[in-house]
Design a protein around this ligand. Structure first.
Ligand code: PGA
Length: 222
C-alpha cells in the first residue's frame, strides 16, 4: 500500500472555537494508519489551539499552516516566520494559486519560503497550477491544483491529473504528488487509485467534519 497524504485546507474559515470543535469531532473517528497522513491546515489564529486539541486527544492528525513568511525572524511586520512555528506545525502549504493571484506571490518568493520551511523542519507542500510551473529544490511534496478545478465543483479527470503527476515526478526526482481541486468523498478514490498520485488537497469538502471523515474513510479500502 502506498503512503498517502490527505490535507484539509480550510483557507480563511473557522473561528478558534469552531476549529477545536472540528478536531474533536473528527479526531476520535479516524484510524491510526501508518501509511496515511491526515493534515489539517487551519487559520494562523487557530493553529496552536488545534495543535493542543490534537495532542490532548492523541488523534492521528498532523497540523499545517497555509503560508509562511519568505523571511526569517526580524523586522517584517505582519509576517509569520517558519522558525517561530518550529515544533508547532508539521507542514506548510506554499504557493497556492489564491496566494499567487491575490497576494502576488512569484516563484522567487516561493523559493525563499521553501528555504525557510526546510530550515525549520516544516515540510513544504508546493502548489502548482500545471506541470510547467517551476518547483524549488528541496521540495518533496507537490500539489497539482489546476485553477479551473479549485472550488468549482469540476475536478480534473483522474487520468489527466495522473499524467501531470507523472511528468512532475520525471522532472523532480523522488517527489510525491498530490491532486487538489473539487476533491469530494465520492471522487477521492478515483484520484488515489492513479499510480502517480500520492494524496489529495481538499478545500471545500474539508470544512464539515462529517464530509471530511467520509473522504478519509473512503481511502481505507484502497
Ligand atoms: P477545493 O479547494 O477542494 O474547494 O476545490 C482546493 C484547494 O484550493 O486547495
Amino acid at each position: 500500500m502506498k503512503d498517502i497524504w490527505i490535507i484539509a485546507n480550510w483557507k480563511s474559515n473557522k473561528t478558534i472555537q469552531e476549529s477545536i470543535e472540528w478536531v474533536d469531532a473528527l479526531g476520535p473517528k479516524i484510524e491510526h494508519r501508518p501509511n496515511i497522513k491526515v493534515v489539517v491546515c487551519p487559520t494562523l489564529a487557530a493553529v496552536s489551539e488545534v495543535r493542543k486539541a490534537v495532542q490532548v486527544g492523541h488523534y492521528p492528525l498532523l497540523v499545517g499552516v497555509q503560508n509562511i513568511s519568505p523571511f526569517g525572524v526580524g523586522a517584517y511586520t505582519g509576517e509569520q516566520p517558519a522558525e517561530l512555528l518550529k515544533g508547532l506545525v508539521d507542514v506548510t502549504l506554499l504557493g497556492h494559486s489564491e496566494r499567487r493571484q491575490n497576494f502576488q506571490e512569484d516563484d522567487e518568493m516561493i523559493e525563499s519560503k521553501v528555504s525557510q520551511a526546510v530550515a525549520a523542519d516544516i515540510t513544504p507542500v508546493v502548489c502548482v497550477p500545471g506541470k510547467d510551473t517551476p518547483v524549488p529544490s528541496g521540495v518533496s511534496v507537490i500539489a497539482y491544483e489546476p485553477i479551473f478545478a479549485i472550488g468549482s465543483g469540476t475536478p480534473d479527470t483522474p487520468e489527466n491529473a495522473n499524467e501531470v503527476a507523472t511528468v512532475l515526478k520525471e522532472k523532480y526526482d523522488g517527489v510525491q504528488v498530490l491532486y487538489g481541486g473539487s476533491v469530494k468523498p465520492d471522487n477521492v478514490k478515483a484520484f488515489l487509485s492513479q499510480e502517480s498520485i500520492d494524496g489529495v488537497l481538499v478545500g471545500g469538502a474539508s470544512l464539515d467534519p462529517e464530509t471530511f471523515l467520509e473522504l478519509v474513510q473512503a481511502t481505507y479500502s484502497l
